[in-house]
Write a protein that binds this ligand. Structure first.
Ligand code: F6P
Length: 467
């Protein structure tokens, strides 16, 4: 039991925080702020709400900021030893739990739960405990704590033991695995994950499908949900922010540059992703190649604008995947390209302004993940697009639950079907595209980030206490 209570009334806990630091050449620290649903949610409750964000120090700059005590108000970064963090984040969270929930294993050879896995699991426990202890120290009596994601599944249970007075919520930004797939985890580990989560008063998921999968896992492996409530909060796009940001000068500049790369009068098929195994970028390229084979009339008249930004490059499997995306894009350009036409315009350097420029120029958006918690790109493009945009959308994206009716649905594994969907999207009449885009934008913005966050906070504060 914590000996004294802290001052924070609302606490958010996540691996990646709202700010990161770099040490400049002159030794000074430069802060960079991130965006996203949680950032706008927390700003919506105002500075007087007594909010604190607990996160990990991720970079050398972050660790230096912790050492110098230079962190921002409202943020507490945990300087967890780098090797413990690497085992927990790369070894367990991203290589095991992410793979299980996105069903990414090539099962003939993986996963292998050996002694090395057990060693890394112990680091995952240590890392979760560091969060639980920091939250227990900082939280005021009866405060609300909102724990985020698969990195921190053990925190609710650990925190409940340290501080039974708190209101504890947990939100999953990923899918949840169906019981047959979840059962791949060693039995004691599966039980520990579920018990950890069930330490919360309330669990949030992005779609009904993921919430039901979690409930099914609990019924099968944990004797049910117990007193824990489960809610669905489908994070939407931030229309006001996106519309304003996408008309700033840097975006206009990127539009001019992109138009020059695309060429006059050509249609665009746009995708913007982190280079993430679940995003299915390679099959997207194969579908585009199929389109050029089946419909030679599109040659020289369309460009696939593919932005694939680096992600989790500490993991070999992500580096290999990044190389494969580049290889297939180059192969298409070599085989089909002409002196005046580059069929695939691939960019790998993260540039938010250029992403917005591509959204504005898109005739077709391709969002074809193998499995995805929500996929905000599918929601953002219809809001930002200048001239109306047809959406080709995987049935396995969480966003499909809300956008499916006005999108062209694809099975992400079926490259032929995806190429046909691209053709259908490119040939859709302007009127139909405009009507669908309007409805897609309305559905995509139904639950803006601030409301999404406040709904969870209200439900956590007003709902029954689980113990
Ligand atoms: O989709 C789950 C999620 O945790 C998101 O909240 C976030 O966009 C991403 O994964 C984080 O990835 P990372 O911090 O590993 O770059």
């Amino acid at each position: 039991m914590a000996s004294s209570f802290g001052a924070a009334q609302v606490l958010v806990a996540s691996n990646r925080g709202p700010v990161s630091y770099e040490v400049g050449e002159d030794g000074s620290l430069r802060a960079r702020r991130g965006g996203g649903g949680l950032v706008s949610g927390l700003s919506a409750i105002g500075p007087e709400a007594g909010a604190l964000w607990v996160c990990s120090a991720l970079s050398d700059g972050d660790r230096e900021a912790v050492r110098r005590g230079a962190g921002e108000d409202g943020v507490r970064m945990l300087d967890i030893p780098a090797d413990v963090h690497a085992d927990a984040y790369n070894g367990i969270a991203n290589s095991v739990l992410w793979f299980v929930h996105h069903m990414l294993y090539q099962t003939p050879l993986e996963p292998v739960f050996d002694a090395e896995f057990r060693r890394q699991w112990a680091s995952y426990e240590t890392y979760n405990r560091a969060f639980a202890e920091a939250l227990a120290e900082e939280a005021a009596q009866g405060a609300a704590v909102l724990v985020q994601d698969y990195h921190l599944t053990l925190v609710p249970g650990m925190l409940r033991e340290l501080r039974p007075d708190l209101r504890i919520g947990h939100f999953s930004h990923t899918p949840w695995a169906p019981p047959e797939y979840f059962a791949m985890l060693p039995g004691d580990i599966a039980a520990q994950v579920l018990r950890g989560m069930l330490g919360a008063d309330r669990l949030g998921f992005l779609t009904r499908r993921w919430a039901d999968a979690f409930t099914a896992c609990c019924e099968r492996f944990a004797g049910g949900l117990g007193d824990t409530a489960v809610g669905v909060h489908g994070l939407g796009a931030d229309a006001d922010f996106l519309r304003a940001r996408s008309h700033e000068a840097d975006v206009e500049e990127r539009i001019v540059a992109l138009r020059a790369e695309i060429g006059e009068g050509r249609r665009t098929i746009v995708r913007v992703d982190r280079t993430e195994l679940s995003k299915n970028i390679v099959r997207g390229l194969l579908a585009y190649r199929q389109l050029l084979d089946d419909h030679p009339e599109w040659r020289e008249r369309v460009v696939h604008v593919a932005f694939a930004y680096p992600s989790r490059q500490d993991l070999a499997v992500y580096r290999d995947y990044t190389a494969e995306v580049q290889r297939v894009a180059e192969e298409i350009n070599e085989r089909y390209g002409t002196p005046g036409w580059r069929p695939v315009v691939l960019h790998v350097k993260d540039d938010f302004a250029r992403s917005l420029a591509a959204y504005r120029l898109a005739d077709v958006a391709l969002v074809n993940p193998i499995r995805d918690g929500m996929n905000l790109v599918a929601k953002e493009v219809p809001v930002v697009s200048d001239g109306a945009c047809a959406l080709v959308l995987s049935r396995e994206a969480g966003a499909h639950e809300e956008l499916g009716e006005d999108a062209i649905t694809v099975n992400p594994y079926d490259v032929v079907e995806t190429s046909r969907a691209l053709h259908e999207a490119l040939t859709m009449s302007g009127d139909e595209r405009a009507d669908r885009t309007k409805r897609l934008a309305a559905a995509a913005t139904a639950l803006p980030p601030a409301r999404w966050f406040l709904d969870q906070l209200d439900a956590l504060r007003e709902g029954p206490v689980s113990r």
